[in-house]
Design a binder for this molecule. Structure first.
Ligand code: ZN
Ligand code: MN
Length: 257
């Protein structure tokens, strides 16, 4: 039997067999979004998918294809919508995609789904999609679907953050295309990172409010919100180790596996 943890690499009988054995299915929610001049547009798809694949291997789960578009990039967490290549969904659209995928999985017999966000702005549309899916499934007579929703970057040890940021952690929002994501990409897809193009126009100094329309100069022109210069694949390994171990623990705990 094909042993891939990726649903897209399984045949339907192989997928059905895993579902019959009670496999947990992971649904990464990504984005197609600028990540500075030094990284590819698919960072928010690649990173959560990589974490989910490793966790799925640990627990005998399956990773569904990631949703490659996310909710609209916000200036204070993703640079905003004005960068070429940042292509986003309306919140309503994303929530309906999440609803439809979970509903389909539920009708196939899946009873445990982990919705793993790799893009900051996906959180609330994901929550809406989960709620709509559970409501529909209940109406269809499926009352035992369980769902966990998480952001992979929350699963990191305090000591790791202290090692990564001796001068203090700037917070996950501002870390867009910065040290964490760049280090993680250097480990997983170094072919998609060009450290020679890391900008030095950060960190962003944004106020504690949003303004519409976004004023010019609100964020660094490069789209990188904090600093990426000290990114290294070794640091990416620290992150990967924490994320995989702690998400595995969380899924076991959340689903009582
Ligand atoms: Zn990102
Ligand atoms: Mn993002």
């Amino acid at each position: 039997m094909n042993d891939s943890a990726l649903m897209a690499e399984l045949s339907w009988p192989e997928f059905a067999e895993k579902v019959r054995q009670g496999a947990t299915v992971f649904l990464p929610l990504g984005a197609t979004e600028q990540h500075g001049p030094h990284m590819a547009l698919g960072v928010d798809v690649i990173l959560p998918t990589s974490v989910c694949e490793r966790v799925a291997r640990n627990i005998g789960g399956v990773v569904a294809p990631a949703v490659p578009y996310g909710y609209k990039s916000q200036p204070r967490s993703g640079g905003g919508e004005s960068f070429p290549g940042t292509i986003s969904l309306d919140a309503h659209t994303l929530s309906l995609v999440v609803r439809d995928v979970i509903r389909g999985l539920g009708h196939d017999g899946v009873r445990r789904v982990v919705v793993a966000c790799g893009h900051f702005e996906n959180m609330w549309p994901a929550i809406e999609g989960i709620d709509l899916a559970l409501r529909e499934l209940r109406r269809d007579g499926i009352t035992d679907m369980q769902i966990l929703r998480l952001e992979y970057w929350d699963f990191v040890r305090r000591e790791t953050l202290d090692r990564l940021f001796p001068e203090g952690f700037p917070g996950t929002e501002l870390e867009h295309a910065s040290l964490l994501e760049t280090s993680f990409m250097l480990l997983l897809r170094p072919d998609l990172v060009d450290m020679g193009k890391v900008p030095s126009d950060g960190p962003a100094r944004v106020p504690a409010y949003d303004r519409y329309p976004q004023p010019s100069g609100f964020i660094p022109a490069s789209g990188v919100l904090a600093r990426a210069e000290r990114a290294a694949s070794e640091k990416g390994q620290w992150l990967l180790d924490d994320h995989v171990e702690l998400v595995t623990q969380a899924v076991r705990q959340g689903f009582e596996l």
